[in-house]
Design a protein around this ligand. Structure first.
Ligand SMILES: [Fe+2]
Length: 253
C-alpha cells in the first residue's frame, strides 16, 4: 500500500458535505464564473512533487537549460522579467511550455519561506485579496465551512485537454517526510467537469471520489492529479484548520 490516505485504513477521500449547508449550485456557479471573468489570473508553479514518470510533463523542467533553448535576445527578455508569473507567461507565449494552468487567489499566505507551503493552512498568516470581493456568495459559503480558521483560498484553472500531472503538494521527498498534511476542502461548481484522483505511487492505480459528494478532502501527500477534459475547467481549494471535532470524526476511520 503506497497510499497514505486519511485514516488508519488509508481511506483516500473524505467528504465534508454533511457539515455544510448546500448552496444553490446554479446561482453560485453563475456568480463564480462572473468572478473568474473579472479577477486577476496568475501563472504559478502548481505541481511541485511530480511523480518521476511524469517529470518531463511539468513546467519546472522547462526552466532548466534555458541558455541552450533560448536565443540570446530571448534570454535577455526572460532575465529582465521580475516575477515567476511573468516568466511563465513569457515562456508559454514563446515556445512549448507545459503549463496549462491559471490561478486566482482569494486569500493568500504571507511568505515566510520560499515555497509557501508551510503556512498555507495557517489562518493568521493569510489575508483576503481584492479578488475576494468578486465572489461574495463563494466567500459566504467558505465562511460557513467547518473550519476554525481559513487559510489560503484559490482557484486552479486548467485549459481544455490538459491534465494535472500526478504530484504531491510539497517540493520533494524530504519535505514530504517532514511536513504534516493540511486540512482543506476541494470543490468545483462546474458540473461534470474536472475529475480529481488519488494515485498509488507504485501501482499507479487511480481512485476517484464519490461523484455524489461536492466537498472533498484527500491527503495532499498522496500523489493526486486531474484527468484531461475537453473544456476549460476549474476547481476551488480552501485550506485551513478544521474544527477539532470535525477533524477527529473525519480521521477516525
Ligand atoms: Fe496538488
Amino acid at each position: 500500500m503506497s497510499t497514505i490516505g486519511l485514516d488508519a485504513n488509508h481511506t483516500p477521500f473524505k467528504y465534508l458535505d454533511e457539515y455544510i449547508n448546500a448552496p444553490d449550485w446554479e446561482t453560485l456557479h453563475n456568480e463564480v464564473c462572473q468572478g473568474i471573468a473579472k479577477a486577476e489570473w496568475n501563472k504559478k508553479f502548481v505541481s511541485s512533487g511530480v511523480h518521476k514518470k511524469w517529470a518531463d510533463k511539468e513546467i519546472t523542467t522547462t526552466f532548466v537549460d534555458l541558455k541552450n533553448r533560448l536565443t540570446e535576445d530571448q534570454l535577455k527578455i526572460f532575465v529582465s522579467l521580475t516575477s515567476t508569473d511573468e516568466k511563465i507567461k513569457f515562456l508559454n507565449a514563446l515556445t512549448y511550455t507545459p503549463h496549462p494552468f491559471w490561478v486566482i487567489f482569494l486569500r493568500w499566505n504571507k511568505r515566510v519561506e520560499k515555497t509557501g507551503v508551510y503556512n498555507k493552512a495557517t489562518p493568521e498568516d493569510c489575508f483576503w485579496t481584492p479578488n475576494a470581493k468578486l465572489f461574495p456568495s463563494l466567500v459566504k459559503l467558505i465562511e460557513s465551512m467547518p473550519f476554525e480558521g481559513i487559510g489560503r483560498v484559490m482557484f486552479f484553472m486548467t485549459e481544455a485537454n490538459n491534465q494535472t500531472v500526478p504530484h504531491y503538494d510539497v517540493a520533494n521527498d524530504a519535505q514530504r517526510a517532514e511536513k504534516p498534511h493540511d486540512d482543506f476542502i476541494w470543490l468545483s461548481t462546474k458540473p461534470n467537469s474536472k475529475g480529481i484522483f488519488v494515485m498509488d505511487g507504485e501501482t499507479l492505480e487511480k481512485v476517484y471520489p464519490d461523484p455524489t459528494k461536492k466537498f472533498v478532502w484527500w491527503n495532499e501527500m498522496d500523489f493526486h492529479g486531474t484527468d484531461p477534459v475537453d473544456h476549460f475547467s476549474f476547481s476551488i481549494r480552501i485550506d485551513g484548520k478544521f474544527k477539532p471535532e470535525v477533524r477527529a470524526a473525519l480521521t477516525a476511520g
